[in-house]
Design a protein around this ligand. Structure first.
Ligand SMILES: [Zn+2]
Length: 269
């Protein structure tokens, strides 16, 4: 266990309102009345995303520290499906680990650090190579909300072009704070940012919400591609009002799929 984790407990014992607010807003299903709950939920989020086909051997999910907005939790560099509580590290917003103990960091941790830096409303982030979204990152076809479960796409899903910030000879990875900063700017206020020829970044205000969004982004991409073929390019998407209303509705019931996915990932289904 990360030595700095007891800070969570101290923080909560201090009764800091921000942590309680976060725990509440994260949804009732975040069992965390303490540090271990959040760490366990982050471990579960890794496993759920793997089981749901959003991440494979690559990809990562993080959560902002409830007691210090200038820190976040992220696993050491490893396959998400194998993450345990002992693999969870605390990083600062420059992407440095507070207690590395020889553990390797994800090369692309700057995706997380730079978004947390400029988006105070974001408390959880998923980066993946979610396969079905890739075609939408390399064509002019925008990813749009095809049904109510993916209504958060109503805020748009812009495409990050790494050429503009990194020049013509990158390996496509977000290897520096500079690239992370450019990516965070491209995200703007959207829930999802596609990365050309690479994958996507999904943000939310809690782990249950960001996991929900990452899963339904992948589902939406599959369904949209199918609808485009079936409809020969003619597809009726949710309008802006429908998307906004559906998002409000979905945000009230995030705990239901979250509990199901956690049970499945724990092999209890
Ligand atoms: Zn990547």
């Amino acid at each position: 266990m990360n030595n700095s984790i007891p800070l969570f407990g101290a923080f909560l014992l201090a009764g800091a309102a921000a942590a309680l607010d976060y725990a509440e807003s994260a949804s009732a299903s975040v069992t965390g009345s303490g540090d271990r709950g959040l760490v366990d939920d982050l471990v579960a989020a890794n496993h759920v995303l793997y089981r749901q086909g959003v991440v494979d051997g690559f990809g990562h999910v993080s959560v902002r520290h409830p007691g210090d907005p200038a820190r976040f939790l992220l696993a050491r560099s490893m396959a998400p499906g194998l993450v345990t509580a002992d693999d969870i590290m605390e990083l600062d917003l420059d992407g440095n680990a507070r207690d590395p103990r020889g553990r390797t960091l994800y090369v692309e941790r700057f995706i997380h650090s730079e978004i947390y830096k400029v988006c105070p409303e974001v408390n959880a982030i998923v980066h993946s190579h979610s396969p079905s979204i890739i075609p939408f990152s390399v064509t002019a076809v925008p990813l749009r909300p095809i049904y109510h479960m993916s209504s958060f796409l109503g805020a748009g899903a812009p495409v990050f072009e790494i050429l503009e910030a990194g020049g013509p000879a990158t390996d496509m990875l977000i290897r520096s704070p500079e690239l992370g900063s450019a990516l965070a700017s491209a995200l703007g206020k959207s829930a999802v940012l596609l990365m050309r020829g690479h994958g996507d970044v999904v943000v939310g205000d809690s782990l249950p919400q960001v996991v929900f969004r990452a899963i339904y982004t992948e589902v939406n991409a599959k369904l949209q591609a199918e609808a485009l073929r079936l409809g020969q390019g003619q597809v009726n998407f949710l309008n802006a009002e429908e998307a906004a209303n559906a998002t409000e509705t979905n945000n009230r019931v995030l705990g239901r799929p979250w509990e199901l996915w956690k049970q499945q990932a724990a092999g209890r289904d």
